[in-house]
Design a protein around this ligand. Sequence first.
Ligand code: TYD
Ligand code: MG
Length: 453
Amino acid sequence: MPKTKTTFFCQNCGAQHAQWIGQCPNCKQWNTVVEEVIQKEEKRNWKTPSNTQKVVSKPRRIQEIELNTEERIITRNNELDVVLGGGLVKGSITLLGGEPGIGKSTLLLQVALQIPQKVLYVSGEESQSQIKMRAERLQNEDSNCLILTETNTQQIFRNVEEVQPDVLVIDSIQTLYTNNIEASPGSISQIKETSAELIKFAKETNTPVLLIGHINKDGNIAGPKILEHMVDVVLQFEGDRNHTYRILRSQKNRFGSTAELGIYEMLSDGLREVKNPSEILISEKDTDLSGTAIASTLEGVRPLMIEIQALVSTAVYGTPQRSTTGYNLKRLHMILAVLEKRAGFKLGAKDVFLNVTGGIYIDDPAIDLAVVAAILSSNQDIAINPDVCFAAEVGLAGEIRPVSKIDQRIVEAEKLGYKTFVTSKYNKITSKNHSIKLILVGKIEDAFATLFA
Ligand code: TYD
Ligand code: MG
């Protein structure tokens, strides 16, 4: 047994004293000094576990740990199943975030009505008849779904005990409150406490829980950031409220890849799964214009397809003009120099204007190749096939360099209906079985040969 030693600390300022005193000489506060036990410092005391404590956890060699594959519930909503990595994992907590009115409640109600297992759909936002009205629109007669309108977690768990559902849906976490703490629903401490209760419930009963979360004006899920750390899966439902397409992305998934995404269309009778995303592209593109190319870029961790436009024309004044919106001007100068020196395009006497559409600024170097393609397309006046997209960095030697998160970019492009993906041959592509055609190039000359052949 190591010798124990006590000492006296002021709880106000933390000063240490050899004995108890009524007033702390350091901060002059009265009655703040208390006695605390500190262990006598021994040099190697971490090596000798105190014999009063029994060892319960034990490290094991990784080879000895048996792998038990998670059991999953197939939701029958194919897009959601794919984004989840093959269905809902039993005992998992999934958080679905999104703007108001984007369709979170519609999606989860639709899923709740589709799942063959017993589902308890708890809503703190709408009345039972409102939910019934919504369900009517979704047209799903024979389903195993029970509706509860409740916001108190103790009441919810009492009902859960009675119903014994296979899946629990909560709409939304911000409306819940627990009797265990005083704070009002939607406050940080209520969100933390109620989600901790739900997580405990999910893990103990092996029931998957789907939570809807509101987002604040920055687009993050309202409430403590810790909520996103606590749950197993974070999904984001996004889209423009004035358009009908919705995208379901996974921001975090402990049981699958975050590269997958699901696409839906909001119709008057609910969300339709979009199996062939090229319909989105084709409807928006009907003419072939020269000078545009599609780049696959990353916004944070998410892949995003953007259009690059270039205009190359003969300079009317002595010094040619170069101007960019949404792209670094110095980088454009570098790309023009590379094209001149390595590929023999005489752009020195031409005006070059470059525009990233959508009003965003991109500094992901992966859009370089699309910039090159747009410039050459405008220069040669040959349109690039609208279902081709690009992702690669261009180096000073005219080499086409690899980019980060290439698998995610490919999956996104494929999902959005692109047919051809041009990238560097030095990328380490791990995902297989793409229906999208990959064109792998090593030098800037190879890229043109394939594009303008
Ligand atoms: P909702 O699921 O209530 O959004 P959230 O829960 O994310 O706030 O979706 C509401 C919108 O969806 C509403 O503006 C109407 C529209 N909608 C349809 O277009 N078709 C439908 O079948 C349903 C149920 C809703
Ligand atoms: Mg809602």
